[in-house]
Design a protein around this ligand. Structure first.
Ligand SMILES: C[S@@+](CC[C@H](N)C(=O)[O-])C[C@H]1O[C@@H](n2cnc3c(N)ncnc32)[C@H](O)[C@@H]1O
Length: 418
């Protein structure tokens, strides 16, 4: 029962978030950051509930719409549809039918665009029992994304990924100190929390004994194998999960990112964890270092299609049109990163993308562009050898570890400069 206690305030805030995402094309991050936006005046508890509920509505949008379709003679306005979607999502998650339907009708009555359809909402919802199974199998991803993924991994894998994407993901942390919240140790060293609640209230957060980082994302820094005293460049570093890992390994880290606001988050993370790094706000394509580095970690900007579990709104806000620009930028950043390395230095290139053009194809192209560049095959505790690609990259998919909640999709490769 995800949000059995959600009151009218949290539900109204959920609808405001959905409107901001679906009508205005805002990401969840933008909605949360905008003090004068959809969540203006909403208290912290309702805000957290609304965020979770809105994410769940978006995760289940496609099968919920299919469940609703036979009960609707024609598609109602978006505001009405979202009230229905929210209610069906809550019913599916096991909330009591009486409370859910009453709340939906009440919300409809309060809304200017929805008040005339309160009766319809009531009638439709009365036909849908609590805990009603959703129609499946769901094809949740839009065509621009699903098609290349089916081509790369096959239909069964894509369906497995979609099944994972329909569930709220677990929360993983990277441990550093001794004060850790209760959780399950994963084979790769991360700790998985099942019922985290408010993260900042958990033991060890304030003292910087750990930080939130998906288990897949947490593998890039170990792949770079930073040693104490090495000079490491974290290129595209903010908000800094990987910077923290590199600094915790005792390396002298320079963290660079083009975004000043994101770098402020990195600074906060360093302060909380009492770790150190030199921070540079600059465009990696123009910046020139004073000296060369032993290793570079390049976590390049990408489609973020590996993180849809956490950001289910992404496929609805994007259409794939930015891919050509992103892949060109990734190639340029790889070439740049290699220029910043001492001879024999290491580069880890990674993207949180499921699309081979942002991963496997980037690796092949970099090897073709740079004769003498070699791949170091991943040798990390807890990784399955089947995750290693023929060229020696590491392909991580949301359906890996499916029985314990999956992982983000990532591609990473460790390269050695001639
Ligand atoms: C995938 S995120 C990095 C996540 C980060 N490594 C972490 O672990 O928390 C990609 C980052 O690249 C940055 N970026 C995009 N273009 C850039 C450029 N030309 N130069 C430097 N940073 C850039 C973005 O601001 C964004 O913070």
């Amino acid at each position: 029962m995800a949000e059995a206690n959600a009151g009218l305030g949290a539900r109204a805030a959920t609808l405001a978030i959905l409107a901001a995402i679906m009508e205005e094309g805002q990401t969840m991050a933008t909605v949360l950051a905008n003090k004068n936006g959809a969540l203006k005046g909403v208290g912290p508890q309702d805000r957290a509930r609304a965020q979770r509920l809105a994410l769940q509505v978006i995760r289940l949008l496609e099968p919920v719409d299919r469940l609703l379709e036979p009960h609707l003679r024609k598609a109602p306005p978006l505001a009405v549809m979202n009230i229905l979607r929210l209610a069906v999502t809550e019913l599916h998650d096991g909330s009591a039918a009486h409370g859910v339907v009453n709340a939906a009708v009440e919300l409809a009555r309060k809304g200017q665009k929805t008040t005339h359809m309160a009766g319809l909402i009531n009638a439709v919802l009365r036909k849908i029992p609590a805990g009603a199974p959703l129609p499946g199998p769901a094809q949740m991803m839009p065509r621009w994304l699903r098609q290349p993924l089916v081509h790369a991994y096959g239909r069964d894998v894509v369906s497995a990924i979609e099944t994972l994407q329909a569930k709220a993901p677990p929360l993983d942390i990277t441990p550093r100190g001794d004060t850790l919240p209760e959780g399950t140790a994963l084979p790769t060293g991360s700790i998985r929390l099942s019922e985290p609640g408010q993260v900042s209230a958990l033991p060890g957060f304030a003292t910087g004994d750990w930080w939130v980082q998906d288990a897949a994302a947490a593998l890039a820094a170990p792949l770079l194998a930073a040693k104490a005293g090495e000079k490491i460049l974290d290129l595209c570093a903010a908000p800094g999960g990987k910077t923290l890992q590199l600094a915790a390994a005792g390396a002298h880290v320079t963290a660079l990112d083009i975004s000043a606001p994101r770098m402020e988050k990195l600074r906060d993370n360093l302060t909380r964890t009492r770790l150190q790094a030199k921070l540079v706000v600059a465009d990696a394509l123009h910046w020139q270092p004073e000296t060369l580095f032993d290793a570079v970690l390049l976590d390049a900007p990408c489609s973020a299609t590996g993180t849809i579990r956490r950001h289910p709104e992404l496929p609805f806000l994007k259409d794939g049109s930015e891919l050509a620009e992103l892949t060109a930028l990734q190639s340029q950043l790889i070439d740049r990163a290699l220029m910043f390395l001492k001879p024999g230095g290491r580069l880890v290139f990674c993207t949180c993308s499921l699309l081979p053009e942002e991963g496997e194809a980037q690796l092949s192209a970099a090897l073709a562009r740079h004769p003498g560049l070699t791949v170091q095959r991943p040798d990390l505790p807890g990784i399955d050898p089947a995750w290693i690609t023929p060229e020696g990259g590491l392909r991580l998919r949301p359906d890996y570890w499916a029985d314990i909640g999956g992982m983000d999709g990532f591609f990473m490769a460790s390269l050695i400069r001639a």
